[in-house]
Design a protein around this ligand. Structure first.
Ligand code: AKB
Length: 316
């Protein structure tokens, strides 16, 4: 049987588009999508799909053994805002799912693992501008703590057990297919939807909150490029800094307004403001650029053009 890829959490914002891309590259039947439910019917019906709870070790192991899965992308997680509401659930899901997959790789059931980290590993004591790859990481959210600890475990499994695990510290990801859920950077997706649907957006972050962001196309390219890079080129086995664009709610509002002059915004910061204030505003990703030739394609203007074009098709 040819070896297969398993995407855990495939119905989520990144999982949806990652699964589609992996199927384009490796063939539909070689990529098994899985999630805890069937919330994304288009994805569920577009190729092999299994219901898997990422906290269930036996379910993941059985799926890998039965289907000869050799590579796992573990995309299931509770994000920053939801994690603050349900701290123990975030710890449970984010850590145990990672251990399950790392242990399958340690036992050589699978050969390769992708696990996403986040800019949430940084905290208020981290340099905010051009945050270096190696720096102070004192996260203040449960999500950030799980990502920081997860990074340490990834490096540990690589060093001690020769596990080929690769990871990216994703910034906020902007996309038009599946909605994000429970993140602090979600405003930058919601704003486009509301611009098309209602012409107005109430933003939960303040106008000058600058955060690192990236268009989904670039995030998927980074993920597949990192996974295809020769192992000997990779100097980081915790997680790579990755950067594309940084902007504030006011920047994105102005960018939408150039195409939709009638669009309006109001600001009503909530508990997510504190989270955003603890994160960097821009990231130095020179190590990723040197090790595996990472470069982004989309700036804010290109991204706004594409988002509005695609969402007009969706809603009109
Ligand atoms: C979040 O806002 O929690 C995520 C992230 C930056 O990891 N989008």
């Amino acid at each position: 049987m040819s070896s297969k890829i398993l995407v855990i959490g495939a119905c989520g914002q990144i999982g949806t588009e990652l699964t589609t891309k992996l199927r384009d590259i490796y063939g539909v039947n070689n990529v098994i999508a899985s999630d805890i439910n069937t919330r994304n019917l288009e994805l569920v019906n577009s190729g092999p799909f299994e219901i898997i709870d990422a906290k269930n070790y036996n379910a993941i192991k059985d799926c890998c053994k039965i289907n000869n899965v050799k590579t796992v992308y573990l995309m299931a997680a509770l994000l920053s805002a939801t994690g603050e509401k349900y701290p123990m659930e975030a710890w449970d899901l984010n850590m145990n799912s990672l251990f399950h997959v790392l242990n399958l790789a340690k036992q050589k059931t699978i050969d390769k693992v992708f696990w996403p980290s986040s800019i949430a590993v940084f905290g208020p004591t981290t340099p905010r501008e051009n945050t270096p790859q190696h720096t102070i990481c004192e996260p203040t959210t449960v999500y950030g703590i799980t990502k920081q600890v997860g990074e340490r475990w990834c490096e540990y499994y690589y060093e001690k057990y020769d596990v080929d695990v690769r990871s990216i510290r994703y910034p906020g990801i902007i996309s038009y297919k599946a909605m994000p859920g429970g993140g602090t950077t979600d405003y930058a997706v919601e704003i486009y939807h509301e611009a098309i649907k209602t012409g107005n957006y109430e933003c939960f972050l303040s106008e000058n909150t600058s955060l690192p962001m990236m268009f989904m196309e670039d995030a998927i390219k980074a993920t597949t490029d990192l996974m295809q890079a020769p192992s000997e080129n990779l100097s980081i086995r915790s997680s790579y800094n990755l950067s594309a664009i940084s902007f504030t709610p006011e920047d994105i509002y102005k960018s939408i307004k150039t195409e939709m002059p009638e669009f309006s915004i109001t600001y009503k910061p909530d508990f997510r403001q504190d989270i955003a204030d603890s994160w960097p505003s821009s990231i130095d990703d020179s190590v990723a650029r040197n090790d595996w030739n990472w470069q982004h394609d989309y700036n804010l203007k290109d991204m706004t053009f594409e988002m509005l074009k695609q969402l007009r098709k969706k809603y009109n």
